[in-house]
Design a binder for this molecule. Sequence first.
Ligand SMILES: CC(C)(COP(=O)(O)OP(=O)(O)OC[C@H]1O[C@@H](n2cnc3c(N)ncnc32)[C@H](O)[C@@H]1OP(=O)(O)O)[C@@H](O)C(=O)NCCC(=O)NCCSC(=O)CCC(=O)O
Length: 559
Amino acid sequence: MYDKEQLKKIAEVFEHWQQQTENDMKKFPERKQRFLSSSGYEFKRCYTPLDVAELDYLKDLGMPGDYPYTRGVQRTMYRGRLWTMRQYAGFGTAEETNKRFKYLLQQGQTGLSVAFDLPTQIGYDSDHPLAEGEVGRVGVAVDSLRDIEILFDGIPLKDVSTSMTINSTAVILLSMYAVTAQKQGAKIEELRGTIQNDILKEYIARGTYIFPPEPSMKIVTDIFEFCAQHMPKWNTISISGYHIREAGASAVQELAFTFGDAIAYVEAAIKAGLDPNVFGRQLSFFFAAHNNFLEEIAKFRAARRIWAKIMKERFNVTNQDAMRLRFHTQTGGSTLTAQQPLNNIVRVAIQALAAVLGGTQSLHTNSFDEALGLPTEQSVQVALRTQQIIAYESGVADIVDPLAGSFAVEALTNEIEEKVWEYLEKIDALGGMVRAIELGYVQKEIHKSAYEQQLAIEKGEQIVVGVNAFQTKEEKPVENILKVDPALEEKQKESLKQLREQRDNRAVASALKELKQAAQEGKNIVPYVFEAVKCYATLGEISDVLREVYGEYTESTSI
Ligand SMILES: CC(C)(COP(=O)(O)OP(=O)(O)OC[C@H]1O[C@@H](n2cnc3c(N)ncnc32)[C@H](O)[C@@H]1OP(=O)(O)O)[C@@H](O)C(=O)NCCC(=O)NCCSC(=O)CCC(=O)O
């Protein structure tokens, strides 16, 4: 962006300035020998045009809404429409969570996001022995279509977009959601929302898998195919770096492993005969926003450029809509501290601001008490207000990609991109992401990074306010921590018992038999799951059928 003559002059001035700075530092040294990013690369003292001398505005940045989308996926970005304010919520029974959803919508939230309990996530009904003590604990308990009908009672599904954090049982929850919407009078082709459906990261970082990778990938591609035909507005997957980051990955690893997974999904779908120009439009992403403000902004900008290049150059995609990286952001749960929990409000605000300056499409802001328990109405309100203050008071939503052209931000964007490509080459050399996961390579890289971060905190090289510095002797305990009533588990089991008595059990048996046959014959299972769900077959029953056909996965541990 600068001509050679100008750059030469700037280089001379810079050299002189460096010498003067070295002199100054004899009297007043810098706080640290090296200032490191979360990914371990070194931040320079000061960035100048010399650091972005190679940057080609048209090729590397372009205008917002144009390839390679570094500056955002929409021309007007938040001037046209603010990001979706989407607080992840769910606990106890469907009735309870329905109340929370209505509360959040009333407070100005603009999208829904469902948290399911662990039994729902790993395909067990609430009365299964393995579900004991977990029903409704970390999310809402869902056993059958009836629970989803209650969950969205009074919420018109044709008007709201809903995200569901569900992976190995995603096909079941997607079917329950679609059938509930149909019962409300909506057409499934108009439904907007997202299922997480990102099974690969479950093997890497999150753990709620059921089946081995191969049949799991088959279910994912079945969903891509079904939604491309019948639910074109639905995001079929939310390819997630969030959990990878929360497991201890650096910002660079977060992107690299997410794109490693994304490439594996695209390859699997192409192999199944699907067109990336079509299913590519429905792929979405999910990243974390941590505290290192500028690095995080650069990460989001780099992510868009990398994905656009992957789709265009690696998969020869020509449809622009299939090159746009659209993503949800959640502020970093692992950055919250149990000590001095009100400080978390500030952390969340910084992280949310990074997500917005990085061009997110949807945002969850964590509640300050999340290191202690489930968020209360009050804490979730502050979290939502944080988004609203950024949106309506800070002014940052009024200019598209306002940090473009910052020497530091552009240089960091380039640096992150470069390091991500290095990882992707390494993953390709290992034989792709599924192989890299099987080999334990990805897990080991994350563990190494997590260990280094922890060590830095313990040595005091990385300050965490209130934890290893600025501690207070006497902390006032947080009041009103939300606890799920243990009686809810019995209530849920009782209503499941009634359901099994009331439904047409012959219809259930027949639908499950047909599903089993379809799975055995390698057919697309989605329509069969729809049928099973319609007659109130339970999540556990459907999962059991699939377990019989596909088998179960057991992890080999990496130390
Ligand atoms: C694509 C996203 C990221 C966002 O979708 P949204 O519908 O919210 O937003 P959107 O698509 O950007 O915008 C909605 C519509 O407005 C349009 N639009 C937006 N801005 C525009 C502008 N400036 N000009 C013109 N049109 C515009 C879009 O093109 C789109 O229309 P068209 O569609 O017509 O183009 C989706 O996947 C999503 O909502 N994800 C949320 C995932 C989530 O909440 N996950 C929680 C995980 S919680 C978790 O996992 C952590 C804890 C755990 O482990 O359990």
